[in-house]
Design a protein around this ligand. Structure first.
Ligand code: PEP
Length: 249
């Protein structure tokens, strides 16, 4: 559990949902109760940002799952951070592993998206994490440090950045990193920030964990010193998301 860093729980709905199922999510979020000491953000598909914003309680912020690097123009199929802001979103996720590994987004593109979204006034959750074969080859920190460097090179103001550590082998697989495995990487990311950016940024920046977080494992993970919250996929569509929001209570 973090010291003076506010717990942050994000729900990534991925490419799921329709108005009916969003109504169900809104209903359990309204019932809560939601810990007021937790920042809560959910990320619907772009087309449901406004619908979700209109339904959700005011203390639940809304994020986009991605955005482009320009404010407007001839970029067919892309969405600008200004558009997601216009619909009521205040955050965006960048560099999710599904963007990196299915859509082929490079470290450089993720970094550009992160910078442009910050410049546009959104909070940003850049995601980093290693694949199974990289972990098995002892390359976990090489990969994460490379992804972090690309992002950090472009960030001047860290106050609206929340880093998500999401080991790719734990996303949507039911395999959670153990609290010790997650803490080890979070501690190393924080040390990297201290050495590369500043001690102040390392102390204040929230590093959240993602990868098969559920009601049943969230409390043990939340006890770890450098785990400042979660990015939740599958379980954010279910009532147990409330339990995860309250994991640090
Ligand atoms: C995610 O999509 O960011 C994620 C962590 O998914 P899941 O919780 O389903 O593993």
């Amino acid at each position: 559990m973090p010291g003076d860093r506010k717990f942050f729980v994000g729900g990534n709905w991925k490419m799921n949902g329709d108005k009916k199922s969003i109504d169900d999510i809104v209903a359990f979020m309204k019932t809560g109760p939601l810990n007021s000491n937790t920042d809560i953000v959910v990320a619907p598909p772009y087309c449901y940002i406004q619908y979700s914003r209109d339904g959700l309680p005011a203390n639940v912020e809304v994020a986009a799952q991605n955005c482009y690097t320009e404010k407007s123009g001839a970029f067919t199929g892309e969405i600008s951070p200004l558009m997601v802001k216009d619909l009521g979103a205040t955050w965006v996720i960048t560099g999710h592993s599904e963007r990196r590994h299915i859509m082929g987004e490079s470290d450089e593109l993720v970094a550009q998206k992160t910078r442009f979204a910050l410049d546009s006034g959104l909070g940003v959750v850049p995601c980093v994490g290693e694949k199974l074969e990289e972990r098995e080859a002892n390359q976990t920190m090489d990969v994460i440090n490379r992804q972090m460097k690309a992002i950090a090179d472009k960030i001047e103001d860290w106050s609206k950045v929340v880093i998500a550590y999401e080991p790719v082998w734990a996303i949507g697989t039911g395999k959670t990193a153990s609290p010790e495995q997650a803490q080890e990487v979070h501690e190393k990311i924080r040390a990297w920030l201290a050495n590369t950016v500043s001690a102040d940024v390392a102390k204040k920046t929230r590093i959240i964990y993602g990868g098969s977080v559920k009601g049943s494992n969230c409390k043990e993970l939340a006890k770890k010193e450098d785990i400042d919250g979660f990015l939740v996929g599958g379980a954010s569509l279910k009532p147990e998301f409330v339990e995860i929001v309250n994991a640090a209570s």
